[in-house]
Design a protein around this ligand. Sequence first.
Ligand code: ARG
Length: 467
Amino acid sequence: MADDTTDTKSSNQMWGGRFASGPDAIMEEINASIGFDKKLFAQDIRGSIAHATMLAHQGIISTDDKDKIVHGLNTILSEIESGNFEFSRQLEDIHMNIEARLATLIGPAAGRLHTARSRNDQVALDFRLWVKEELQKTEQMLTGLIAAFLDRAEEHAESVMPGFTHLQTAQPVTFGHHCMAYVEMFGRDRARVRHAIEHLDESPIGAAALAGTGYPIDRHMTAKALGFREPTRNSIDTVSDRDFAIEFLSIAAIAGMHLSRLAEEIVIWSTPQFGFVRLSDAFSTGSSIMPQKKNPDAAELVRAKTGRINGSLVALLTIMKGLPLAYSKDMQEDKEQVFDAAESLELAIAAMTGMVRDMTVNTARMKAAAGSGYSTATDLADWLVREAGLPFRDAHHVTGRAVALAESKGCDLAELPLSDLQAIHAAITDKVYDVLTVEASVASRKSFGGTAPSEVRKQIAFWRARN
Ligand code: ARG
């Protein structure tokens, strides 16, 4: 076990050679990161095994010591995984907790592990590995969310709903088309995730404290063993770079923003006033006082998680701003921001995937709403351009008059008698009624990326092939 009985007054057993006494209690509290960086234990052990293996391969340590180190590290891994490891705050962080335990387990050979490395490249490695895995998980989760939307889009390629601008009824669209808008958004998020994985795919280990090392290490070997494309190219940059964490947070912030827009739409759509969707019991809550209520709490919380994620991004940008090269302890504050944002993002994607898969879509309500608010006014104007040869601006004006008339009569455009329409413009014939229905309206919008069911199906096929 890690020695947790070390007197706080004695100097640090890992770096205290020149220190006569140990840290003040407050110093220990502000300095320690073990409370949160213990999350990096698996990455730390993986990195150490690759490092020790390389050291032995290069003849820098003996094979015997390497074997002891690797065996000891594997023991520690199972101790931590099974909850039988005592983390010590006096040992500051995950790196020194593991190394101290290794010394207890294997004796002096443990002291050879830290040859040709520093905690600066060690932490850069551990954190990069962690962020890389998190990005890979995010990529998969986004794929799941996209799949959920593709299924709903296929099911509702023909279902008509009002399309909005300014949250005012604009033109009829299909629910499938609306779902595909989210596929585009989350598809872009996933592309950003893939780029970020490419950017960070360089191994920091071997940069040492900042200047590299005089030992004949092989950084290409450790990079390969740890699944990186190649080693980083500048040791100073390597230990001072946290771009990979900031990129993760930026991607999370953009995805969080998308998720919050979806959340907001679900909140609006599930009100009794809209009634476009009904959330499953599994993704809603009741009220302790109002028995009739079904609240979209999960959607509201997804909307709120965006705030935490944005906070983390701004926090880390601010932590890094103005830091001189290379490593400064400020950078220890990077982890909690990333861990918290990652947890929020995972939860938000999972909750949204569940909601999208489970919600019941009320196509009748959507269709009724699609037809109200003179949503086919543009179709009337377009008909006047096409069939009567009017310039669009004139057609717009004529249509405006027809809308005003319908409004004064309290009816829809399609309910205005032909005589009324002809009084506004003589060229109108009864053929116009063909374009005033919502179905005709959406079916006509066949332009690439448009809302016509035929076009939506093409876009679904495009994404299915890429998901
Ligand atoms: N716990 C530290 C961190 O997270 C590890 C690196 C410490 N390096 C140092 N030179 N004090 O940043």
